[in-house]
Design a protein around this ligand. Structure first.
Ligand code: 6PG
Length: 506
């Protein structure tokens, strides 16, 4: 029998997505340039299906063979590294005789503008559709969060497939349903997959997801750092604090795994593994892309950008080690147990408030980008599909989706009554935590960026008045006046201020 779906690229994500598809009743024809990976998926299927059941995957050794095994019109999913490999596969599919009404779905971490270009480039050859995937290995296998975008006709064909394999949420509580167990009934719940918009929009939203992911991770790391350095706590004591926080409003996947990482001992040396992991952060680029996009569209996203820079400075390991011997910091302060407990409690609120600002920045960036590109992004729906499956899944995404459901025109998450109230309640703890960290000399770039984002956003008059004065002084760049109609520009002859200010028409 013909296969329902062709799958190309059987790396970690690809092989897990393939098994997720077969769990949901799809027959999949598989291809990878590495024949071992094709063999491995056949073995995996054999080990997981009932002894006398038909194989659910078919291995292929060429693009032509893959196409020949599929029902028409063909539906092909790619999970290959972002960049050139995607075009490499697309061109091979053209050579193999793909048709104009066939659909190719790119699920890699592609740059969103590449997706836009590809739809155009492959028009007439096949329909290029983009679907960003979050959730890592386990998500891919048992339910990822999916951000599809592109040709609406293609979406009608792909929708049932993506909704079947996506993570599911209990609509009432917003909590993820237990992972789907192969052989057990299919989960009923709200799928974490919704049509985002024209091609590229889904990958843009995923890019911002990753920017928020960078911020979220960095903020957790900073609270760890304060506890480790300023409070001299052990990794396992910090893990216990994270576990406690994970019971409350900070409940999230990243909080949970951070506790697990901190509790892990190195099997070789038996000391905490975190102490032997080199403090030099890697990055594949999606956080950087978010920061670049924020700068380009002029959307303030300092927590996200700080998180990217925090990775950059971490990678200057040798320089930091040299500097640590030359540059001084404050003298260490010893804290009583009571003071420690108080600092930890405040830190929880600081992390929470900082996190709200990181999400506010991400949603604000999406709103500004959507306006620029003519996308109709549904922010309530986007928050909903991030409630399960993805790396930033967290209980408080339910509150974000509610905020946008209550007010579709919400200009900023901070202006939602619930979040405004939350920050107002906890801001004193937030400020004190940052002050403590500063006094102790522990860097908290993301947390500080969140607070300055909050303070800037709530300030009616910023010192940009002086800045405009400076610009006009040295370069006659003009300024507007608060007491004159908006848009009208003025210039002062700074060497002769008595001369009337020139009014310059727009
Ligand atoms: C996800 C992750 C995933 C990947 C990141 C890692 O949502 O599943 O974001 O896409 O793990 O790209 O990014 P860095 O290597 O840049 O940290």
């Amino acid at each position: 029998t013909a296969c329902d779906i062709g799958f190309i690229g059987l790396g970690v994500m690809g092989s897990n997505l393939t098994m997720n598809l077969v769990d949901h009743g799809y027959r999949v024809a598989c291809f990878d340039l590495d024949q071992h990976k094709v063999d491995a998926i056949l073995v995996k299927d054999a080990s997981e299906r009932d002894a006398n059941a038909e194989p659910r995957v078919e291995g292929c050794s060429s693009y032509t063979e893959l196409l020949s095994k599929l029902k028409a019109p063909h539906l092909i999913i790619l999970s290959v590294p972002a960049g050139d490999p995607v075009d490499h596969v697309c061109n091979h599919l053209i050579d193999a005789g793909i048709h104009a009404d066939d659909i190719v779905v790119d699920t890699g971490n592609s740059l969103w503008t590449d997706s836009v270009a590809r739809e155009e480039q492959y028009k007439g050859k096949f329909i290029f559709f983009s679907t960003a995937v979050s959730g890592g290995e386990v998500g891919a296998r048992f339910g990822p969060s999916l951000m599809p975008s592109g040709n609406p006709y293609a979406w009608t064909r792909i929708e049932p497939v993506l909704k079947a394999i996506a993570a599911k949420v209990d609509p009432e509580t917003g909590k993820p349903l237990e992972s789907f167990v192969p052989g057990k009934p299919i989960l009923e719940g709200e799928p974490c997959a919704t049509y985002i918009g024209p091609v590229g929009a889904g990958h843009y939203v995923k890019m911002v997801h990753n920017g928020i992911e960078y911020a979220d991770m960095q903020l957790i790391c900073e609270t760890y750092h304060v506890m480790r350095e300023a409070l001299q706590m052990s990794p396992s004591d910090i893990a216990a604090v994270f576990r406690r926080w994970n019971e409350g409003k900070l409940n999230s996947y990243l909080m949970e795994i951070s506790a697990e990482v901190l509790d892990q001992l190195d099997p070789d040396t038996k000391q905490p593994l975190v102490d032997v992991i080199l403090d030099r952060a890697g990055q594949k680029g999606t956080g950087l892309w978010t920061a670049v996009s924020a700068l380009q569209v002029g959307s303030p996203a300092q927590t996200i950008t700080s998180a990217v820079f925090a990775r950059s400075i971490s990678s200057l390991k040798d320089e930091r080690v040299a500097a640590s011997k030359v540059l001084s910091g404050p003298e260490p302060v010893v804290h009583s147990d009571e003071q420690k407990e108080d600092i930890i409690n405040k830190l929880e609120q600081a992390l929470y408030c900082s996190k709200i600002c990181a999400y506010a920045q991400g949603f604000q960036l999406m709103a500004i980008a959507a306006k620029e590109h003519g996308w109709q992004l549904e922010f309530g729906e986007i928050a909903k599909i991030w409630r399960a499956g993805c790396i930033i899944r967290a209980v408080f995404l339910q509150s974000i989706s509610k905020a946008y459901e209550n007010n579709e025109e919400l200009s900023n998450l901070l202006m939602d009554p619930f979040f405004a109230e939350q920050i107002s309640e906890f801001q004193s703890d937030w400020r004190q935590s940052i002050a403590q960290a500063t006094i102790a000399g522990v860097p908290c770039p993301a947390m500080m960026s969140s607070l300055s984002y909050y303070d800037s956003y709530r300030t009616a008059v910023l010192p940009a008045n002086l800045l405009q004065g400076q610009r006009d002084f040295f370069g006659a760049h003009t300024y507007q006046r608060v007491d004159k109609p908006a848009g009208k520009k003025y210039h002062l002859e700074w060497s002769d201020p008595q001369r009337p200010q020139t009014s310059i028409k727009r």
